[in-house]
Write a protein that binds this ligand. Structure first.
Ligand code: ATP
Length: 194
């Protein structure tokens, strides 16, 4: 993953994430969480809050005492796809996201400009992307450990994608109820007309 002008990473910085466990160590405020934010951002994260900022432009290097602010942020993520986890016929897939201070934003897959939707679709079947269950932020672990059994069940259902279906079921039941009321009304009317 290469970061350029992303949060505290003004200079081009490349991190190699090998299979297994990678630890990022450093003093408080040195940019460890910014690395995780970059990963979420390049995979299409849309919430400024999830990226620990107020607005989306907050991801662009804002300058320090010795270095002026930059006009754009870029993160490039190259994924080894030799196992074919991503549904694309390339053994290496590069996803990039660029944001300009004047508001423009660009995505690309293997150097070809694309839409956010294309990035989301590419990642969605692999279990990464959109819902971002793969990224557990600071404090979230505490929240899971201290959650009530009901809340914990909620987390699991959300991760398993059950919540979406539960919401759909509730909606369908509401429609069914409304339909039943209409049916009763029609039956009343036909009885009156007889
Ligand atoms: P901790 O150990 O306290 O959690 P950390 O190593 O995870 O810290 P981060 O939260 O990743 O640190 O980084 C915070 C730093 O990033 C702060 O110094 C902040 O000023 C800097 N930073 C965040 N956004 C920007 C930006 N847009 N431009 C410049 N610097 C930024």
């Amino acid at each position: 993953m290469t970061l350029r002008g992303f949060k505290s990473f003004a200079s081009s910085t490349t991190l190699r994430l090998e299979p297994g466990i990678t630890c990022v160590v450093g003093p408080n405020g040195s940019g460890k969480s910014n690395v995780v934010d970059a990963l979420a951002w390049v995979m299409g994260e849309q919430g400024a809050k999830s990226l620990r900022g107020g607005k989306m432009e907050d991801v662009i290097f804002a300058g320090t005492a010795g270095r002026p602010a930059l006009g754009r942020a870029e993160v490039v993520l190259t994924i080894d796809n030799t196992d074919g986890a991503l549904p694309i016929e390339y053994s290496e897939v590069t996803i990039s996201r660029t944001m300009f201070r004047n508001g423009g934003s660009e995505y690309a897959i293997n150097g070809q400009g694309c839409r956010l939707l294309d990035v989301q679709e590419l990642l969605s079947d692999s279990g990464i992307g959109r819902e971002m269950h793969v990224i557990v932020g600071q404090g979230q672990l505490d929240a899971v450990l201290s959650a009530t059994p009901e809340d914990r069940r909620g987390f699991i259902e959300e991760a398993a994608g059950v919540l979406k279906h539960r919401k759909r079921k509730e909606k369908a039941l509401r429609k069914l109820e409304a339909m039943q009321a209409n049916l009763t009304r029609v039956q009343d009317l036909t009885a009156e007309l007889r």
